[in-house]
Every structure is written in structure tokens, then in C-alpha cells.
Design a protein around this ligand. Structure first.
Ligand code: MSP
Length: 513
């Protein structure tokens, strides 16, 4: 039976060029996508841009460009970033595409048909920056301005005719759903926050706007456009060709396995989205995970604070794999993390260059010189060899279940420990002193090579380019990377060639010591 895995990133607002926070969501999603792929799943990985709404319309006006032209330009920078980050996304959706518009209007009609939407008048607070409505008790005064307590963004008062979605009616079904599906919202801190928001009472939600035009028109209704979050959330199914629920994409990949998002947009994904889906009688995604923020100088990045970190600058300076490694290892997943150049450089020098790069280099060079550039054939593995080789075997299923709990920290720590043990093994066994006992020398080299192979497989979802470079030692390609084989200590074909590889990571020169 096919195993399918559908993972999504948030679709990004193309109101300004991408920053490190966007890169973070995408890199983490790619990590899961690549892991599942090497673990035998058919993977659908969606990312894209969220192009409608007042926020985008105003940004375009500021730049004196038509909204669509503005979106065309900036959406391209997000698409380019996907390539630079080496993402394996299988689709990139833009909400200005016709396939998406058709899907959103169909969903709207379904909601109308099910009597989930009615016409009334909205008066209340709205944040254009968040594209979100806020209640009175979610607003405070700050230096004469009204701001949202949650996001600190400025809110404005709006009053206009609007269609409403009967969100209040879904309060109880949502709470029941959270209870019966305890893994639906993760991590637990986010789940608590969502439950207490829903328990505090849900009001019907305004789902159309009249005072501007940049959006998808409400079917059969002059002047109204669909609320940008109802529009945007639908991307997760429009990319699967909804409303054609017999389409193979939809059949294979809905419900989504994981919506990966930032913690600031948990309410939309864990309250509004499941309510819309329930109301339209569509299955709910299996999980919504709200990760923390990447902070710059201990604050969330924003244009107004002038503390935006550009992923492309960092990549130009250090390379994409070091950035991927750093973000995955150094940010405790689920929490906020401050990005620091010093810690990034430490990761490159100690983990990547000293631990991984050096292990690959010294084991392969030793094998080339002492084993005739071949995987040793004449071996006899002793207990110490088998202990280190079998460790992976015993941990395989545990690693899988940790991945299903999004425990990235476990995964990376596992690798860091395995690298430490592998280097220690090679040092302690001293194969260079075993030139009179070729069987022992061969066995140590064989064991060390197998470990290099296993660790490279495990590192592939994190640092794909470097892992592939390391696997050149064995002439292995991307298609050969199969996670389940890390429990096999007989994987390497004895007698086959070993290649010399280039240095994997250049150390960063530091001038402070
Ligand atoms: N367009 C909406 C999402 C719609 S999904 C149906 C949106 N876009 S966004 O561009 O503002 O943000 C996209 C994602 O980037 C969000 O998950 C947000 O949490 C994340 N990040 C934005 N700044 C961030 C950091 N500083 N750190 C980590 N991620 C943050 O919201």
C-alpha cells in the first residue's frame, strides 16, 4: 500500500521580499518532506504566495504598481528563494491563479448551500497587517494608537456590510474535536492557547469586505470580495484540485498530514480553517504545528523595526547547508530562537567541519590508502564493531515516531551523538596501528565507512547537498538513500570502489581569538 504524506508551509504575503522567518518555515517543511521521502512515502509538498487583501493592495499602491504586477514581481522572489533553499516542493501555488479562484468560489457556494453564511453588518477592529479582526478586549491604547495585544500591530475601526460565517455554531464541535484528536494542535502550549480562545466564546466571523477590491469576488454578489483568510486557507485544497474530490491528488493527499505554520497564525489554522471545513463537510487536516519565531536582536523581525535578516545574504556568505543545519539544530523547535552569527560559525566549524566533514575525509582517505580504494572484503566484525553498527538498528522505529511527533531536536541530537561516537570509535580503534593485522584493519575501516554512510543518510534531510557529496565516497546517489537501510550493516557492497571527495565544509576564520 502506498504511504502518502502531504506537508504545507504557510503561503507567504508577497508584500515585501522574503526574510529569515519565511526561510525557517520552508526549511523545516523541507526537512520533513525529505525525511518522509527517504522513508518510502509519496510526498506532496506545497508552498506558495498569499496575494490578495488590503495589505497587498496598499503595498502595491505605495509602490505605484498594479497589485497583480506587484505580486508577480515579489512572488518570483519567493519562488527563487525556494530554489536557493533547495526545497523539494512539488507545487508552488499563487492565490491569484485561476485554479485557486475556482476552488475558493466553490467552497463559498458550499457554505452558502449549507446555510453557513448570512449577510449583515460588521463594525469592529481590523488589523491590515495581520488581516485579522480583533475583539474589544484584544485591543489596547499605545501612544495614542490602538494596537492588538496579540500581535502589537495597529488596528483600524471598520463598519461595512459584510457576509458572516456562523463560526459561533462551531464552538462546541471544535472543542469536541480537539478532545477527540489530541494531536491535532501541536505543540501543547499552542493547543492550550487555542482551546482557551475557543472556550472564551466564538463570535460569527466576517468573511467578506466591500471597501476595497483586491480579492476574489463573492459569487453572485456585487461589490463584495472574499475575506483574505478564507481565500488563503483554501490554498491547501485548491492545490489538490478541489472541488474535484475524485482527482488523484485530492484522493491521495487530503487530509493533509501536517500544516506547518508560525505561532502567530495558529488561530486561523486551528479554529477558522477546521470550522470552514466542517461546515463544508470536508475532512480536517491531521495536524497543525505552530513553530516559534526567529528573532533578530531578541525581537520579531519587521520592516518598521529595521531588524530584518536576509537569508540570501547569509547563504551567500556561508552556503545553504550551514544555514539549514543551524536553523534546525540551534532553534529549539516549537520555541523562539535568536539567530546569531557567532553560533552559526560555531556550528560550521565544530559540527560540520570538525565532526562530520573530518570524519568523512579521514575515514575515506584512510581506506583509499590502506584498503586499495575498495570497501574491505576480508573482515571479521567484533563486539565493539557490532555495538556501534547495531545502535542504528535498535533506534530506527524510535526515530520514526519522534519525527511523527515533530521532535526535530531528538533527531539532530541523535546525529550529533552518533558523530561523536563514530569519531571516538575511529580514534580508539587506531586502525593505523593495525597494519600487521589486516583483517582487524579492514573490519575497523568497514565499520567506520558504514557509519559514515548511515550518518550521511540521516543528514540528508538537513544538509542534502553535503550529504550527497559525502555519499560520493561510495558512488551513491539521491535515489539510493533509503532510510530503512540504516539498520543494515551489510549495506556497502564489499570490494566496490571508494572515491576521494572534496572538502565538505570550509572552516570560518574567526578573528576574535
Ligand atoms: N499569508 C499568511 C499565511 C497564510 S497561510 C494560509 C501569512 N504570511 S506571512 O508572510 O506573514 O507569514 C508567513 C509565515 O512566516 C507565518 O507562519 C509566520 O509565522 C512566519 N514568520 C514570519 N515572521 C517570522 C519570524 N520572525 N520567525 C519565524 N517565522 C515567522 O501569515
Amino acid at each position: 500500500m502506498d504511504k502518502n504524506f502531504y506537508i504545507t508551509t504557510p503561503i507567504y504575503y508577497p508584500s515585501a521580499r522574503p526574510h529569515m522567518g519565511h526561510a525557517y518555515s520552508s526549511i523545516i517543511a523541507d526537512f520533513f518532506a525529505r525525511f518522509k521521502k527517504i522513508d518510502g512515502y509519496k510526498v506532496h509538498f506545497l508552498t506558495g504566495t498569499d496575494e490578495h487583501g488590503l495589505k497587498i493592495q496598499r503595498s502595491a499602491e505605495k509602490n505605484n504598481i498594479e497589485p497583480l504586477e506587484f505580486c508577480n514581481q515579489i512572488s518570483l522572489t519567493f519562488r527563487d528563494l525556494s530554489k536557493i533553499l533547495n526545497l523539494t516542493n512539488t507545487d508552488f501555488i499563487r492565490t491569484t491563479e485561476n485554479r485557486h479562484k475556482v476552488s475558493v468560489q466553490h467552497l463559498w457556494n458550499e457554505l452558502i448551500k449549507n446555510d453557513e453564511i448570512y449577510l449583515s453588518k460588521y463594525s469592529g477592529w481590523y488589523s491590515v497587517s495581520d488581516e485579522a479582526y480583533y475583539n474589544d478586549d484584544e485591543i489596547i491604547d499605545q501612544e495614542g494608537k490602538k494596537i492588538s495585544i496579540l500581535s502589537k500591530s495597529t488596528v483600524e475601526w471598520i463598519e461595512e456590510e459584510s457576509y458572516f460565517f456562523r463560526l459561533s455554531k462551531w464552538q462546541k464541535p471544535l472543542l469536541d474535536y480537539y478532545l477527540s484528536h489530541p494531536n491535532f494542535i501541536s505543540p501543547p502550549s499552542r493547543k492550550k492557547e487555542v482551546i482557551s480562545f475557543v472556550e472564551s466564546g466564538l463570535k460569527d466571523l466576517s468573511v467578506s469586505r466591500k471597501s476595497f477590491s483586491w480579492g476574489i469576488p463573492v459569487p453572485n454578489s456585487k461589490d463584495h470580495i472574499i475575506y483574505v483568510w478564507l481565500d488563503a486557507l483554501t490554498n491547501y485544497i485548491s492545490a489538490l484540485n478541489y472541488p474535484d474530490m475524485n482527482d488523484l491528488l485530492f484522493k491521495n493527499f487530503w487530509p493533509a498530514s501536517l500544516h506547518l505554520i508560525g505561532k502567530d497564525i495558529i488561530r486561523f489554522h486551528a479554529v477558522y480553517w477546521p470550522a470552514f471545513l466542517m461546515a463544508a463537510k470536508i475532512n480536517l487536516p491531521l495536524k497543525v504545528y505552530g513553530h516559534g519565531w526567529i528573532l533578530s536582536d531578541n525581537e520579531k523581525m519587521s520592516k518598521s523595526k529595521g531588524n530584518i535578516l536576509d537569508p540570501i545574504e547569509i547563504i551567500n556568505q556561508y552556503g545553504v547547508d550551514p544555514l539549514r543545519y543551524y536553523l534546525i539544530k540551534e532553534v529549539s523547535f516549537g520555541n523562539d530562537g535568536n539567530i546569531s552569527q557567532e553560533r552559526l560559525e560555531n556550528c560550521i566549524n565544530s559540527d560540520l567541519a570538525n565532526n562530520f566533514g573530518n570524519l568523512c575525509q579521514r575515514v575515506s582517505t584512510f581506506a583509499i590508502t590502506n584498503c586499495n580504494s575498495r570497501i574491505p572484503e576480508n573482515i571479521s566484525l567484533n563486539t565493539e564493531d557490532l555495538v556501534i553498527l547495531n545502535k542504528f538498528k535498535n533506534d530506527l522505529n524510535n526515530i520514526r515516531s519522534k519525527i511523527d511527533e515533530q521532535d526535530i531536536n531528538f533527531y539532530i541530537n541523535y546525529i550529533v551523538n552518533a558523530l561523536f561516537e563514530a569519531n571516538k570509535y575511529f580514534n580508539d580503534q587506531e586502525p593505523w596501528k593495525k597494519k600487521d593485522d589486516l583483517i582487524r584493519l579492514n573490519s575497523i575501516v568497514y565499520t567506520a565507512l558504514e557509519i559514515v554512510r548511515k550518518i550521511s543518510f540521516m543528514l540528508y534531510p538537513i544538509i542534502p547537498n553535503s550529504a550527497l557529496k559525502a555519499l560520493k565516497i561510495f558512488n551513491l546517489n539521491e535515489k539510493d538513500i533509503i532510510f530503512s537501510t540504516i539498520d543494515n550493516y551489510n549495506y556497502l557492497k564489499k570490494g566496490s570502489n571508494i572515491n576521494k571527495i572534496d572538502i565538505l565544509f570550509k572552516k570560518v576564520e574567526k578573528n576574535n581569538d
